[in-house]
Ligand binder design. Structure first.
Ligand SMILES: [Zn+2]
Length: 430
């Protein structure tokens, strides 16, 4: 019963994902990774002696073709090539597939030479194998064990990556991936075969076969039998430098076409045209956020977390200005930030630099107190010539008399340098 429900869901997912398969274009943030696997090694594999060619070894020829393919692919900036071997060594089949799985390769290509035992003139040409029809279950077990499913599109990754590998949902996900691997293996296989045929080789087609090296891979994988070692004509072609070059080139072009067809795009950031440099405005701009008879100090909740507040007193009202800039873009950002902080009526105000007041002056309000300051207070001892006024039951102490805003700011800085903080620039209009 369980299996029945499962199959139903699977079919649904199948249709959905197979439809997406060739239409999904997603940006990748890693290079397109191709594992090239020269078959056999260390004299393992088929071999044949010919009077004119000498001893032809499958593992040697496979390596020669693979190295030529590696060279061609290395020229591609968005392709990363991983070789299972580059010398006459013999990595185990598990080592080869482990390498491919751990590198999260996008494609696995194993290169071999065919053999039917006795010398032949009948069997000739190339054929490419994809994972066999009975291999889905074995492949599924590998994917589960390795926990290294390579999702072929972002949609599946988002949907399945957090599932427990043994949950029914994950099994469905894995089965979908198996189907996709097979679909894509068939695609690369047919592209390779087409190119080899165009280069004059007999096209024996794309076939399914239960092969360990394909079964253990969690990615689209093919095994290319480039020709028959026991056919003199094939052997002669495959041992020649020109023949090897042609085979490597056929596979190379097939990989490029495959990459294009599956919609692989490297995640290259578009180069942004350089913006013309912003010209500074003539005036400084501060954002007026609040006018109030109350004197709020920096950090007061009334200022809603905004910093860089300038407090200017005019008459009995304190005006609170946020930030300062002479760049229009930053002024607009500051205004936006002030509004976001909750000052809905915030507005930019221009401060024209170095303008002397035609009437009135700037002074610094140093202290406001219900009590008269004690003669021994820090403020009175450190600032001479303070002016004291009494208004509505409070004593206001002010210092200095300057004509420009800049001079007032400087004066305030000097007072702060003496350790007297929380002062206010006051504009007195007489
Ligand atoms: Zn082989």
């Amino acid at each position: 019963m369980k299996i029945k429900i499962w199959r139903f869901n699977l079919k649904k997912y199948f249709l959905f994902t197979l439809t997406l398969l060739f239409f999904t274009v997603s940006a990748q943030d890693k290079p397109f990774t191709v594992v090239i696997d020269p078959g056999h090694g260390r004299n393992d594999g088929a071999s044949r002696s010919y009077s004119d060619l000498g001893l032809v070894r499958e593992d040697h020829v496979a390596l020669d073709i693979s190295l030529k393919l590696q060279k061609l692919l290395s020229k591609e900036k968005d392709i990363k090539v991983i070789m299972t071997r580059t010398t006459h060594v013999y990595p185990s089949l598990s080592q080869r597939t482990d390498l491919a799985n751990k590198s999260s390769a996008d494609l696995f290509i194993s290169i071999h030479l065919n053999s039917t035992g006795t010398n032949t003139t009948q069997a000739t040409g190339a054929e490419t194998y994809v994972q066999g029809p009975d291999q889905n279950n074995a492949n599924l077990e590998v994917a589960k064990r390795e926990n290294s499913v390579i999702y072929l599109d972002e949609e599946d990754r988002r949907r399945f990556e957090h599932y427990n590998p043994n949950s029914p949902e994950s099994l469905i996900a894995l089965k979908i991936q198996q189907a996709k691997y097979l679909e894509k293996s068939l695609l690369i296989g047919s592209l390779i075969q087409d190119n080899l045929e165009n280069d004059g080789q007999n096209n024996r087609g794309v076939k399914q076969k239960n092969l360990h090296v394909l079964r253990q891979n969690a990615m689209p994988s093919v095994l290319v039998e480039t020709g028959f070692i026991n056919n003199h004509s094939d052997a002669s072609y495959l041992t020649s430098s020109a023949g090897q070059e042609k085979v490597a080139n056929s596979i190379y072009r097939a990989i490029l076409k495959y990459k294009k067809e599956i919609g692989f795009h490297p995640n290259i950031q578009p180069v942004e045209p350089e913006k013309p440099k912003e010209v500074a405005l003539e005036n400084d701009f501060r954002i007026l956020i609040l006018s109030s008879p109350t004197r709020y100090l920096e950090g007061d909740p009334a200022l809603r977390g905004l910093k860089y507040i300038l407090r200017i007193k005019e008459g009995d009202v304190y005006k609170y200005y946020y930030a300062n800039t002479n760049l229009a873009s930053i002024r607009d950002e500051n205004l936006k930030r002030a509004k976001e902080a909750g000052f809905k009526n915030a507005a930019p105000v221009a401060f024209i630099p170095n303008i002397a007041l035609s009437k009135g002056y700037y002074t610094i309000e140093v202290a406001v107190s219900k009590q008269r300051l004690n003669n021994n207070s820090y403020i009175l001892k450190n600032l001479r010539d303070l002016k004291r006024t009494k208004k509505k039951g409070s004593f206001y102490y002010t210092y200095g008399n300057v004509k420009t805003f800049e001079a007032a700011v400087n004066m305030q800085k000097q007072i702060e340098a003496k350790g007297i903080i929380n002062t206010t620039i006051e504009k007195v209009l007489e």
